[in-house]
Design a protein around this ligand. Structure first.
Ligand code: HEC
Length: 152
């Protein structure tokens, strides 16, 4: 019968205690490092790459809607109930209602409305001609996404 000690003795004796420790260190440190390195190299699609460009545009439009102060008149959800409305001559449009889009509600119609604004005194719709066409189209995409077309 082969005893434990004998079996052990089959391990390469030529490796002294310190070399064996180095070998252990090699496996203990290098392998996990390599594993993480390889894992990182595996292409994991970033969230923005998985989302559709259309969704990204709507999200950008929503951000602009808030940052450009549309909420001031149209309210956070576009219902035309912003805090800036009580003294307005013209009631800010409820942007979820398709009937509010008198100038049209295609992407280019809305982008044009934002470029030209709606005249009608101080409380009317300001122009947003300083925004790029891309930004105005993103806002349009957002608005189109919140228009409640019901069964249409
Ligand atoms: C100072 C208040 C005010 C702000 C700020 C404002 N609006 Fe308006 N908006 C109005 C008013 C008032 C109307 C309705 C005009 C009318 O009834 O003819 C309107 C109408 C609209 C319409 C409908 C246009 C149409 O086709 O008849 C859209 C779309 C719109 N706003 C989008 C926006 C967006 C997007 C922003 C921000 C970039 C914005 N508004 C900022 C006051 C505002």
């Amino acid at each position: 019968m082969i005893g434990r000690s004998e079996r052990r003795s089959r391990l390469p004796r030529s490796l002294g205690g310190s070399s064996r420790r180095i070998l252990h260190l090699f496996f203990a440190i290098l392998l996990p490092t390599m594993a993480t390195f390889c894992a990182r190299r595996t292409p994991v699609p970033a969230p923005s790459q998985t989302a559709s460009p259309k969704k990204d545009k709507v999200r950008l439009g929503r951000d602009l809607y808030v940052s450009q102060g549309c909420t001031f008149c149209h309210g956070r959800e576009g219902l035309g109930d912003g805090s800036g409305t009580p003294d307005s001559v013209l009631q800010p449009a409820n942007l979820t209602d398709p009937a509010s889009y008198k100038q049209g509600r295609s992407t280019s119609d809305i982008a044009r409305t934002l470029e030209l604004g709606i005249p009608g005194g101080a409380a009317a719709m300001p122009t947003y001609s300083y925004l790029t066409l891309e930004q105005r189209e993103a806002i349009a995409a957002y608005l189109i996404s919140i228009i409640d077309t019901g069964s249409q």
